[in-house]
Design a protein around this ligand. Structure first.
Ligand code: 2M8
Length: 452
């Protein structure tokens, strides 16, 4: 491939260029997830973006989270997309209408707060983990940044707690310690092979016609989901919109219902982080409940590990079957487990020859599907490429569990991957080619995290 974004010479330049990517994607009130492919605010992207921004300026990082929180539904759900204002986008030379499905397709006008345009589904609840990181970074610096972050934590804690309450109530009231998703988009790993079984049972009926726009931007369509996959994605949106995204009606209405083990592990970790924040910032009455949820989901994730493979499994709720496939989600326990033997076994696996230790890799980093699996598609979105944001999120969880050595090794490999200069959305594991969108915000954000 040709590299119009010339390679990066050193770490100072990496920092400067990563900051420039975020500055260019900053539309004032939101940093769009990517300049063209994703010209809106995405929920979990915003959390990663905010932590990256906090290395540059704490007020802007907090504003990003405030913008997301302003879209929180009455139910407590934080929607997966907050759509940018058309005028704002046009001013920045972008057309939000270029993203499909846009807000009209979601039919959420009654459920979203007044004046807010949002989708009607959620994404992984990584927010509390990253808010904790931002607050700890800012308060250790002290001064005005510290004060602002403390005020932010005090003011917004009730909202983050409502978000977690919603997740537990609407998606895991069965006490399985596993979160239900009604769309692959909720997992954030849209077309991962983990969802192939459940999606094979989704048969679009009378589907409103649609025209994709993503493949106009990522011109090599083989890097994106297929048209068949998109038809299923849109069918599920239609099914949910038809019941107005009413949490109580979704189980009776939607043809895709999966217990998502990675999201559950993110939730376990985030409940502990929220408990720490609640303890520190005047919500100590909430701490016990948050720690109970943390334990419930930690146990749910541990119990989902397949003894045969050592990887954690999702479960198809509609067939009752466990989904045992070698995807990055199988390493969910690295985010959450308190079992040292399970952690040790997973670390051996993830650095072994089927994952980051495969000698054919351009960089020793875990791809989204095992390199030795016949399911691997090295260029296709969540079916094989290496995602820098995943690399950092998992490495950061290792560091928090006291594994600074491994964090340092992954940091070195990830930085080496990013030096080619595109800030790709994802990377071909064997060649290091940047794929998907370029100048992806969360990729720039994790570069800044590595450098902090
Ligand atoms: C991707 O998903 C969106 C739908 O939500 C899309 O393909 O249109 C995923 O990688 C998701 O995890 C991410 O949050 C989003 C924006 O970066 O893009």
């Amino acid at each position: 491939w040709t590299n119009p974004d010339r390679p990066i010479a050193d770490l100072d330049e990496l920092r400067t260029r990563a900051r420039a990517v975020l500055a260019q994607n900053d539309k004032g009130t939101m940093v769009t997830a990517a300049p063209n492919l994703y010209p809106h605010q995405w929920s979990w992207d915003a959390a990663f973006v905010a932590t990256g921004l906090s290395t540059v300026g704490v007020p802007r990082a907090l504003a990003e989270l405030d913008h997301l929180l302003a879209a929180q539904w009455d139910s407590g759900m934080i929607p997966h997309i907050v759509f940018a204002d058309e005028v704002q986008l046009r001013g920045a030379g972008l057309r939000g209408a270029g993203y499909f499905p846009g807000v009209d397709r979601w039919r959420t006008e009654r459920a979203s707060p007044a004046g807010v345009k949002s989708s009607g589904i959620c994404q992984p609840p990584v927010h509390a983990t990253l808010v904790r990181r931002i607050v700890e970074r800012a308060t250790s610096r002290g001064g005005e940044d510290g004060r602002l972050a403390e005020d932010f934590a005090r003011r917004t804690l009730p909202q983050w707690i409502r978000w977690h309450e919603w997740m537990r109530r609407a998606r895991a009231s069965d006490r399985s310690g596993l979160v239900t998703i009604y769309h692959g988009w909720e997992s954030g790993m849209d077309n991962s092979p983990r969802f192939d079984g459940p999606y094979s049972r989704v048969h679009p009926g009378d589907l409103e016609p649609f025209v994709r726009t993503d493949t106009r931007i990522v011109e090599d369509a083989s890097q994106r989901p297929s048209d068949e996959e998109y038809a299923r994605y849109l069918w599920l949106v239609q099914q949910m919109a038809d019941v107005r995204f009413d949490d109580a009606r979704l189980p009776g209405a939607v043809d895709f219902q999966v217990k998502d083990v990675f999201m559950s592990a993110a939730f376990a970790a985030a409940n502990e982080d929220l408990a720490v924040l609640a303890e520190r910032f005047g919500h100590s009455d909430e701490v016990t409940r948050l720690r109970e949820w943390s334990a419930e989901f930690r146990e749910g994730v541990d119990a989902a590990v397949d003894p045969a493979t050592g990887l954690a499994r999702d479960r198809d709720l509609l067939t009752g079957e466990w989904i045992s496939l070698p995807t990055i989600a199988g390493f969910a326990p690295l985010l959450s487990t308190a079992d040292p033997a399970l952690r040790a076994a997973q670390l051996v696996l993830i650095e072994g020859p089927e994952w980051a230790g495969d000698p054919r890799l351009a960089f020793p980093l875990p791809p989204s599907t095992s390199t030795t699996s016949p399911l691997l598609r090295p260029r296709e979105y969540w079916r094989g490429p290496v995602w820098p944001v995943m690399t950092w999120y998992i490495a950061e969880a290792m560091r928090r569990h006291g594994d600074g050595g491994r964090y340092a090794r992954w940091r070195e490999a990830s930085i080496a991957q990013l030096m080619e200069g595109h800030f790709g959305e994802y990377y071909e594991p064997f060649t290091g080619e940047p794929l998907g969108s370029y100048h992806q915000s969360w990729t720039a954000a994790v570069a800044l995290e590595w450098l902090d």
